[in-house]
Design a protein around this ligand. Structure first.
Ligand code: ADP
Ligand code: MG
Length: 601
């Protein structure tokens, strides 16, 4: 049977894990037998692609052809790219999407670049597991928005993965530590990776994790630690600061720094720009160099605690994530700030992938996954309005749980029931969407049209279950139904429906306007006819002819299919009758008031 897998698609490194026969999550070897795949993609002449450490090693020589840290570009439009995200790449911007121009003028999207990384992970997993992997859970930062998450999903699909779910990275780390077993608690997750720093506060209740707050610095990580050490290496040697020397110093700094996480002192002879440089670095000196960088992680930690309204003492655990948290100084600072020993039993660079594997396995078993399901609504959820147009309440790709509320009113006098038709899809008309449920709210008080206030609430819970509630606000009468919007909709159907909605976009908009304006036109024609019949004495000279002519035009437009003509006749009829209708309103209001005593007003 196809084994479920969990993937940590990282900015610097990516990993894949799967739960073994003894129910333990295990990393899959991916690059030369080791479990870390450098998130680097090298585009070679002839269309070939190389991923991993070999690709990263080529970054210096072919900067435009090796894409690093593509995660920073995921789900971003040309408008939200900051100069520092642009790096050394050439971009092709057509106004909607971002494309990187790589080897030979080839254009690739961030989704395609990520898919190359995922493809390698899928292939290695297939080799290790003896067959194509089953459902897959991919992790994303807790702060990723809808577009970034959708881009991640798309990358997975492009790589041939069955992405069953996206999971927040801090939640995955907490799962790896089995913190969900505790049923409840408050946890901090401190994640210092290669180029990003994230801290999250999680609340666990009844086995469900909620991200209470997140903070961080998207430009702070191991790379900054390397830069600090590289400065020291170069300060000692009298060398010209060529790009080659700088790169060499950075690489040496990383090697020495990582070694010093477990050793007290390192000695090495570096070859920098053709010159031999002897270095000797001790732990104390290293820590003096790193201290200012590590100190920059503390303010976001305090911020996250503040945002969650917590004192450090309230925390039940602190989880370390990210390769750079192997640094002893980092661990000491974290311990001091949170006032407790952080959890370090698991490899900090592996915890996210291990947690993702556990979640994938749980999903695969079909067991009730009582973990926080960071997932999205695949298609918009809406309600059919009078005339057949759809009012969307929950938009496609909203994170679940999601809720939306909107007020509606009655369209006829003394209307006491309202049909609520729940539909799913991206098309403008209800008849082109999937019908999920239809029910009637009864017991609306018999008020004039437009007076009743019916509030419709859509709530999608963590399991994707939609609960629709309709409530009349004067009386409080309420009616509710439950539907499972995702059941029965396959990925393919979602795709088909999206394609269809794009193909029909223009026609749909026309249909939608036609539906809405027909309603408006009919209402107006009815009101005008009634007015003419009831209060002919209020008509000024020539007014009747003018109104009649426009009513005839409106009647014609209502039978036709041209929304523009319809709109024009509605406006014309409305304008010609406005003075008369105002006089009528005055008379009506006067009559009503005359029949009432003052206290009733
Ligand atoms: P990301 O989540 O951004 O993909 P990782 O969690 O893989 O990144 O972290 C990569 C960073 O971890 C690099 O800066 C690397 O130098 C650092 N790192 C890895 N091993 C060690 C170690 N033993 N000591 C200190 N830093 C380490
Ligand atoms: Mg990471």
């Amino acid at each position: 049977m196809a084994r479920a897998i969990g993937i940590d698609l990282g900015t610097t490194n990516s990993l894949v894990a799967s739960v073994d026969a003894r129910n333990r999550p295990r990393l899959v070897p991916v690059d030369g037998g080791q479990p870390l795949l450098a998130s680097a993609v090298h585009y070679l002449p002839g269309g070939a692609v190389e991923v991993g450490a070999a690709a990263r090693a080529r970054a210096a020589a072919a900067p435009a052809d090796v894409v690093l840290s593509v995660k920073r570009l995921m789900g971003r439009g040309p408008a939200d790219l900051r100069p520092e995200d642009r790096g050394v790449y050439r971009f092709d911007e057509d106004g909607h999407s971002v494309k990187l121009v790589v080897e030979g003028g080839r254009r690739v999207t961030p989704v395609e670049v990520s898919a190359e990384i995922l493809r390698v992970l899928r292939r290695r997993a297939a080799e290790a597991l003896g067959g194509p992997p089953g459902p897959c859970v991919v992790t994303v930062p807790a702060y990723f928005d809808e577009r970034q998450r959708q881009a991640t999903r798309d990358a997975g699909r492009l790589a041939g993965l069955e992405v069953a779910r996206l999971l927040a990275e801090p939640t995955a780390a907490a799962l790896a530590y089995g913190l969900d077993q505790r049923r409840q608690g408050l946890f901090a997750v401190y994640d210092l990776g290669g180029g990003t720093f994230d801290v999250s506060i999680l609340k666990l209740a009844d086995g469900v994790f909620e991200v209470l707050s997140t903070a961080g610095d998207s430009r702070l990580g191991g790379d900054d630690l390397d830069a600090a050490v590289a400065e020291r290496l170069l300060a000692g040697a009298d060398l010209p600061r060529t790009p080659e020397v700088l790169r060499g110093a950075r690489a040496a700094a990383q090697r020495l720094r990582e070694a010093l996480s477990t050793r007290e002192e390192v000695e090495d002879e570096l070859l920098l720009g053709g010159a031999r440089v002897a270095v000797r670095l001790g732990r104390a000196e290293l820590e003096a160099l790193l201290a200012p960088v590590v100190a920059r992680t503390l303010a976001p930690c305090r911020q996250a605690l503040r945002d969650a309204g917590l004192e450090p003492a309230r925390l039940d655990g602190v989880v370390l994530v990210g390769g750079a948290t192997r640094t002893p100084l980092v661990r000491r600072e974290v311990r001091a700030l949170f006032g407790q020993e952080p959890l370090t039993d698991l490899d900090p660079d592996a915890v996210v992938a291990l947690g993702a594997a556990l979640q994938a396995d749980a999903l695969d078993r079909g067991g009730r996954d009582d973990l926080l399901l960071l997932d999205v609504v695949p298609l918009s959820l809406g309600v059919e309005m009078l005339g057949g147009a759809v009012e969307r309440l929950v938009l496609r790709n909203s994170a679940i749980p999601a809720t939306a509320t909107q007020q509606f009113t009655t369209h006829a006098d003394r209307q006491t029931g309202m049909v609520v038709h729940v539909v799913q899809g991206e098309r403008e008309l209800a008849r082109d969407c999937r019908s999920l449920a239809r029910f009637t709210l009864r017991g609306i008080p018999p008020l004039p049209a437009g007076q009743a206030r019916v509030e419709i609430t859509y709530a999608v819970d963590a399991d994707g279950l939609l609960r629709v509630t309709a409530r009349e606000l004067h009386t409080g009468v309420e009616q509710r139904v439950e539907v499972k919007p995702t059941s029965g909709v396959t990925e393919q159907e979602v795709e088909d429906m999206l394609v269809e909605s794009l193909e029909h976009a223009e026609e749909d908009v026309v249909q939608r306007f036609l539906a809405e304006w027909r309603l408006e036109g009919e209402r107006l024609a009815g009101a005008l006819r009634q007015g003419l019949a009831e209060d002919p004495d209020l008509l000024a000279d020539g007014e009747r002819e003018a109104i009649d002519a426009r009513l005839a035009g409106l009647g014609e437009a209502l039978r036709g299919e041209d929304p523009r003509a319809l709109r024009a006749w509605i406006d014309a009829a409305d304008a010609s009758a406005a003075p008369f209708m105002e006089r009528r309103l005055d008379r009506y209001v006067g009559r009503t008031l005359a029949g009432k005593r003052l206290e009733e007003l």
